[in-house]
Design a protein around this ligand. Structure first.
Ligand SMILES: *[C@@H]1O[C@H](CO)[C@@H](O)[C@H](O)[C@H]1NC(C)=O
Ligand SMILES: [Zn+2]
Ligand SMILES: [Zn+2]
Length: 344
């Protein structure tokens, strides 16, 4: 395969990854989803009916019903990266005298990540049930703004505790609801936000570590090839240094799979690091993603004196409920349990 074909495949794979990731994030209002909807509208009239219904059904199944598809996809991608790392990078790194202990870090991280991933999937996020609801109602006071007292969920027919939300995918109300995550096929709520955070950080560490090892390996390969000091004779008979384009082309042709993997890992790393930072920020200021989205419409008139008066105002903005960083973290890692009322 020549360089351009490979490069084209590479770009397509990266684009597909971006599409998948944007779609999974599940927030209806991402600019990407708007774009996708518009594309759908434009191509719609030209696609056969059966294809339309098929894709609609598939999307519905994937994103609006509980299913393990993304868990399988997750394991598949991980398996591919680890197979590639083990069979190609590992041996090369051993040859360059990278120590065994630094080469085993990715496997340790894999074990840690799998543990948190499992807990995210298996842990009940804090489902509001008939039995527990009376205790769950007392965990948080209603703020009268985002959460009003005495509102019942029309589906579950139970009074909604403050900070809870009905998850349409799982069809249940969840206490301290954060969001529904398709990658773990579970809601993130009071009881598993801590595992979700640890999971995000361990995936970042995993991707970052493998990317570093792979980058180091490619660097050594380039140094070894002598391309950095090589030169060629151009059409006019002048001697020219090989330059970075030659190096990239050389790497693409010599280690196509490894270069693919490295690009994928760097992409995943930055994406998830951003996501992990956002969720850490939320944890530190005692907010759920749900509350964050809901309170976006509120305008602080103190900061925006020219804002129209009929917009909902909230002077205290988003920090209102924070009693300090440590207590906020404490609440994530030791979530308050529903008060059990004793019957006498
Ligand atoms: C977090 O916010 C809730 C209300 O949304 C409040 O009841 C709770 O006490 C706060 N926790 C901390 C640690 O500040
Ligand atoms: Zn409900
Ligand atoms: Zn859910």
């Amino acid at each position: 395969m020549d360089f351009l074909t490979l490069f084209a495949i590479y770009v397509v794979v990266v684009l597909i990854c971006i599409v998948l990731v944007c779609k999974y994030s599940g927030q209806q209002q991402t600019p990407f989803n708007a774009l996708l909807n518009n594309i759908g509208k434009v191509v719609g009239p030209f696609t056969p009916k059966w294809l339309q219904t098929f894709s609609q059904r598939t999307l519905h199944k994937l994103f609006h019903q509980r299913n393990n598809m993304f868990i399988y996809l997750h394991v598949l991608l991980e398996g591919a990266v680890y197979a590639e790392f083990t069979y190609e990078v590992f041996g090369f790194c051993r040859e360059m005298d990278t120590t065994l202990s630094s080469l085993s870090v990715p496997y340790v991280l894999l074990a840690i990540k799998t543990f948190f991933f499992y807990l995210c999937i298996k842990r009940d996020p804090g489902t509001v049930t008939k039995k527990k609801v009376s205790g769950q109602l007392h965990i948080y006071p209603y703020d009268g703004r985002l959460f009003q007292p005495g509102v019942s969920c029309p589906t579950c027919q139970l009074v909604k505790p403050a900070r809870s939300k009905h998850c349409r995918v799982c069809n249940r109300c969840v206490q301290r609801f954060d969001h529904h995550c398709v990658w773990v096929n579970n809601c993130i709520g009071a009881q598993n936000t801590r595992y979700f955070l640890l999971y995000l950080f361990s995936v970042c560490a995993m991707a970052g570590d493998i990317a570093l090892l792979t980058g180091d390996m490619l660097l050594h390969a380039v140094l070894r090839s002598g391309l950095l000091t090589a030169s060629y004779i151009d059409d006019y008979g002048q001697q020219q240094p090989a330059g970075p384009l030659f190096v990239v082309q050389h790497l693409f042709l010599t280690f196509p799979r490894i270069v693919f993997m490295l690009g994928f890992l760097i992409f995943v790393f930055f994406l998830l690091a951003g996501y992990a930072l956002f969720h850490s920020y939320l944890a530190l200021v005692n907010q759920t993603a749900n509350e964050w989205y809901k309170s976006r419409g509120y305008v602080c008139q103190h900061c925006h004196p020219t804002a129209p008066a009929d917009l909902p105002t909230d002077h205290t903005k988003r920090y209102y409920y924070s009693r300090g960083l440590l207590p906020n973290l404490g609440e994530i890692f030791f979530p308050p349990l529903p008060v059990q009322k004793k019957h006498n």
